[in-house]
Ligand binder design. Structure first.
Ligand SMILES: Nc1nc2c(ncn2[C@@H]2O[C@H](COP(=O)(O)OP(=O)(O)OP(=O)(O)O)[C@@H](O)[C@H]2O)c(=O)[nH]1
Ligand SMILES: [Mg+2]
Length: 284
């Protein structure tokens, strides 16, 4: 048992005052607070990008159960400020991303001019393979090297964790997932998409994004300084001719969690066509 003199030592003046620490942390949060937030959702097919967008916006803005070919922008006021989210077409696990999808992914940047505060790389909690890592590397690389500084992993399917911590999950999944987390400078956030509405998980995510913006000295900008797509040139020339409409979707749903679904209506109601003059406006 601790004797009284030891106890006095531990509560002495040398130790930080917890109240003071809380006050400083709040001051840092307030200093980082941004008047608006622009976010781009990235990821493979079906990890919950759209649902994550809805969770953040607190409204059913993005349609689920549809594989979108286009980037879709939605914005609404959350906690007293404008939050803009661009949802992008998910890439495939079993093949190189079609050129039209790459162009759409890149277009997401100009859809939230002058540039996103963060890319949210959506990864479901679950098995994570070398192919998953390689596809992430290949697709995120479309935005240039700097993109990693502005990317935060958002883990979905949080319920799969049960009592396990996300740190333990990352360790257990091994070096492939650790590679991704390290590329993002260990910036990650677990989101529970079953919790809709006010919940500390959202302010916490916003704070993490704001901290990242503060640490990286601003928003993401393309290397040319303009937020226009740099190049949608394919990694492999023969992928140019892939037509997403003819892709055998079920075969390509290599990403977990797998789920059978109908992709018959690829042209969702909520898409912004690439040529739309409304790219900067809300399309509703
Ligand atoms: N249980 C659970 N289901 C989720 C979670 N996130 C998404 N889902 C479900 O997974 C399915 C796919 O979610 P979406 O948000 O449409 O996924 P997506 O990444 O936008 O999919 P694509 O646009 O087709 O690439 C839907 O049925 C969601 O309800 C989650 O965290 N937990
Ligand atoms: Mg979606």
């Amino acid at each position: 048992m601790m004797n009284s003199s030891k106890a006095t030592e531990l509560h002495g003046d040398d130790l930080p005052d917890p109240e003071e620490e809380k006050r400083l942390a709040k001051a840092a949060r307030d200093a980082n607070r941004l008047p608006e937030l622009r976010l781009v959702l990235l990821g493979w097919r079906w990890p919950g990008k759209s649902l994550t967008g809805n969770t953040i916006l607190g409204r059913e803005e993005f349609h689920l159960e549809r594989a979108s070919e286009f980037s879709v922008k939605r914005e609404t006021e959350v906690d007293g400020r404008k939050v803009t989210i661009v949802d992008t077409p998910g890439w495939f696990s079993a093949q190189t991303t079609p050129a039209s999808y790459r162009e759409e992914m890149l277009r997401s940047v100009s859809m939230c001019s002058p540039g996103p505060h963060a890319f949210l790389l959506v990864i479901p909690v679950g098995m994570f393979t070398e192919t998953d890592r390689a596809r992430i590397e290949e697709n995120v690389a479309l935005f240039g090297d700097d993109v990693w500084k502005h990317t935060l992993v958002v883990f979905t399917w949080a319920e799969v964790l049960r009592d396990r911590s996300i740190e333990r999950h990352i360790r257990r999944e091994g070096r492939e997932l650790q590679w991704v987390v390290d590329k993002c400078k260990k910036r990650y956030h677990v989101i529970n998409n079953h919790i809709f509405g006010e919940h500390p998980q959202l302010p916490l995510l916003m704070e993490r994004i704001e901290k990242m913006v503060a640490e990286e000295g601003g928003i993401f900008r393309t290397q040319t300084g303009e937020n226009t797509p740099q190049s949608a040139a394919p990694a492999k020339a023969n992928s140019e001719n892939l037509n997403p409409n003819t892709v055998k979707e079920e075969r390509d749903l290599g990403a977990r969690p797998k789920k059978n679904c109908s992709f018959s209506s690829l042209r969702a109601m909520d898409v912004d066509p690439p040529q739309s003059p409304m790219v900067e406006g809300v399309s509703d």
